[in-house]
Design a protein around this ligand. Structure first.
Ligand SMILES: [Zn+2]
Ligand SMILES: [Zn+2]
Length: 313
């Protein structure tokens, strides 16, 4: 990738800077804690602390979330990615540690505020609406919950692409160049929190039965691992029914025309309805990434949205 970046869009009269000078290093290298030994010790202690919390939640409350995610990825998806790869890439590919840090820390940083915020929003619930929804047949509730969730995810996701401030955070997810199941969880905590609130608050108000949402959420969560994975399967019969790997990989294209398409999380009908369906029959997606500078380190990616955008020329 070209190493020259600009602080404004290339069409403007922008100052170009050598990326070597403007990498995340310039922010840290003068700090006392830039020392590699300190970063390893601090990062290691944080890792042990957060993993300990996950283990405690699994043992005491049966909440296996992240452990289940990593377990399925290692046991099922790594062998599948070897058997039917979409692109040739090594298991230990560049920035793997950064994406593992996202899985461990970003999940934690996104969940904690939700646990604090959602109980405060309970007062928004309307008892009449909740009763009307929960007296319907269960199959209808599941269908409605899925459709409403998808509608909210679609518009929340589309906002993160068209609102420049939101894009600064969402671009962390799109900065992945080596797309595999690990990389699907690369996300800025503020981006994750925005989406969780955008989709979660209306669902909280409508009061769908949590068990129904759990079924939808669990299935979506598991399938979400495959749509980012480096899997070469095409699954053409699902094109207009359910989001596939090919479908979401187009959304990660470095080409903005393709990137601002395929916002749906599970149901392509949302993209068909709102004019953003993109699945060319004669081409395959890739390469992936963004046209602005993104540090390769985990902490650098957390800080980048707060810094000036640097366009890659
Ligand atoms: Zn996106
Ligand atoms: Zn994605």
């Amino acid at each position: 990738m070209d190493k020259t970046v600009a602080t404004k869009k290339p069409s403007d009269e922008s100052i170009t800077i050598d990326c070597e000078d403007r990498s995340d290093h310039d922010l840290w290298m003068n700090s006392w804690w830039y020392d590699a030994r300190i970063r390893v010790v601090v990062g290691g202690l944080c890792f042990i602390g957060v993993m300990g919390t996950y283990l405690q939640a699994a043992i005491e409350e049966g909440e296996y979330g992240i452990l289940l995610f990593v377990g399925i990825g290692i046991v099922v998806l790594i062998p599948l990615e070897r058997l039917i790869p979409r692109h040739r890439m090594p298991v230990l590919r560049p920035q793997l540690l950064t994406d593992i840090a996202h899985i461990v820390f970003t999940t934690f940083l996104s969940i904690v505020p939700l646990i604090l915020i959602f109980p405060l929003l309970q007062f928004l619930q309307s008892e009449t609406l909740v009763a009307a929804i929960q007296t319907q047949p269960q199959w209808l509730q599941i269908g409605e919950a899925l459709f409403l969730t998808e509608f909210l995810i679609y518009w929340g996701h589309r906002c993160t692409h068209v609102v420049p401030l939101l894009w600064k955070f969402h671009s962390v997810h799109h900065s992945v160049e080596y797309l595999d199941w690990w990389a699907g969880e690369r996300r800025h905590p503020i981006d994750g929190l925005f989406m969780a609130l955008f989709a979660g608050v209306p669902l909280l108000i409508t009061g769908f039965n949590l068990t129904d949402l759990l079924i939808v959420g669990l299935f979506n969560g598991l399938w979400d691992m495959t749509i980012h994975a480096n899997l070469g399967w095409r699954l053409k019969f699902m094109d207009r029914i359910w989001v596939t790997t090919e479908y979401h990989h187009w959304h990660h294209s470095v080409d903005k025309e393709a990137r601002d398409k395929n916002y749906a999380g599970a149901l392509p009908i949302m993209d068909i309805l709102f004019g953003t369906y993109h699945l060319p029959a004669d081409r395959s997606p890739g390469p992936y990434g963004i046209d602005t500078h993104m540090p390769t380190t985990y902490v650098g990616q957390l800080i980048q949205p707060f810094r000036p955008t640097q366009y890659i020329q």
